[in-house]
Design a protein around this ligand. Structure first.
Ligand SMILES: Cc1ncc(COP(=O)(O)O)c(C=O)c1O
Length: 370
């Protein structure tokens, strides 16, 4: 019997998860895609209070009005995006925002540009919509920052949309404002949609984050609470766009999840409206770790550009699969860059979402096999 539907037959399960599952209990896991910090106490307290106050019923499909108002206020203030709370949908992580928006706006047979190297989910979400993904190749020579000419080179007559991710997983690259503006202008002129995955917005070092939606109406801003507030397991994200686009996305969201859990939405409102010191403290610790890792790898002769955001280092190696396997034997887990697309084939992704001490020890172990 042919169990899987045609739609899912060619879908790949995550390679990164597989690396993860290989890790022995003593291994230092540098394959992690989540902050190692605890979720800040005041957010947890807020979640507990919400449960004590019986926030256990359905919320509106788009999400709790108070949370959507806070998100809209944040988008206006931090991102220069003119939206109201009606233009926001609260989703099950940025993951669901990505899935629902691609399902809602992309037709079978359309071309969707995706970053190469890029986050694994993009190609699979595009495939689930029956569309074709077309790589936008970014080069290590440019620190993997996607430029407007990278996008122009990839455009096809059937391009319906592009997924962009800055700060980027897996490279840590942060795009330049002029490219963000120029790609936005291109989206307006050529009438394609930008799915802008801004989940690492707050984990950025000395650079300013810019949003496509502040330059074009043809954008869906995708963001969430997982990385900024170290709450990956609470599963809250959101998307924002123009009223016409949000109406379409709501159709997929509504019939897929109805709404996300109400108590966690209360806690997310606390996260957004409370002090942001927890975010800046976490980011400055990430910066200290980035400096340690980049310095150590470069000292070992492993070529590595200084990333401006996220918590990944993407370093060059002539034989990455072999090096990653040798590292596993030394109890250090990393991911070969080829998992993120053909442009990543000579690279290795190392996540520094680990304690400073563990990173120092991991560097000592890697030094043995270089
Ligand atoms: C680039 C990128 N986008 C989206 C996500 C998913 O985030 P969420 O936990 O909000 O679903 C991740 C998680 O690793 C990511 O790296």
């Amino acid at each position: 019997m042919n169990i899987g539907a045609d739609r899912v037959k060619d879908i790949n399960l995550s390679q990164v998860r597989k690396m993860f599952e290989q890790a022995s209990p003593t291994a230092i896991n540098l394959a992690l895609g989540e902050p190692d910090f605890d979720c800040p106490k005041h957010i947890i307290e807020s979640l507990k209070n919400a449960l004590d106050n019986n926030f256990t019923h359905y919320s509106q499909n788009k999400g709790e009005p108070k949370l959507r108002e806070s998100i809209a206020r944040k988008l206006n203030k931090d991102n220069d995006i003119r939206v109201s709370s009606d233009d926001v949908i609260v989703t099950v992580g940025a993951s669901e925002a990505l899935y629902s928006s691609i399902q809602a706006l992309v037709n079978p047979g359309d071309d969707v540009l995706i970053p190469d190297p890029g986050f694994l989910s993009y190609a699979e979400c595009v495939r689930l919509a029956g569309a074709n993904s077309v790589p936008v190749k970014s080069s290590s020579k440019n620190g993997f920052k996607t430029t407007v000419s990278d996008v122009e080179d990839a455009l096809t007559p059937d391009t319906k949309a592009i997924v962009i991710n800055s700060p980027c997983n897996p490279t840590g690259a942060v795009m330049e404002k002029e490219d963000i503006k120029a790609i936005s202008d291109l989206a307006t002129d050529k009438e394609f949609i930008i799915f802008s995955d801004e989940i690492y917005e707050k984990i950025i070092y000395g650079k300013k984050h810019y949003s496509f939606q502040s330059f074009t109406d043809n954008a869906v801003t995708i963001n969430g609470f997982s990385k900024a507030y170290a709450m990956t397991g609470l599963r809250v994200g959101y998307c924002a766009s123009s009223p016409e686009i949000i109406e379409e996305i709501l159709k997929v969201h509504q019939y897929n999840v109805a709404c996300i859990d109400t108590a966690t939405q209360v806690a997310c409102n606390t996260a957004l409206t409370g002090s942001q010191d927890c975010v800046s403290e976490m980011t400055s610790e990430f910066r200290r770790r980035r400096d340690l890792v980049v310095g150590s790898l470069n000292d070992m002769g492993l070529d590595c550009v200084m990333p401006d955001g996220a918590f990944y280092v993407f370093f060059h190696h002539d034989n990455p699969v072999d090096f990653v396997q040798k590292a596993v034997k030394e109890d250090v887990i990393m991911v070969p860059g080829g998992a993120f697309g053909s442009m990543g084939e000579e690279f290795i992704r190392l996540s520094y979402a680990q304690s400073y001490e563990n990173l120092e020890e991991a560097m000592r172990r890697l030094e043995k096999i270089v």
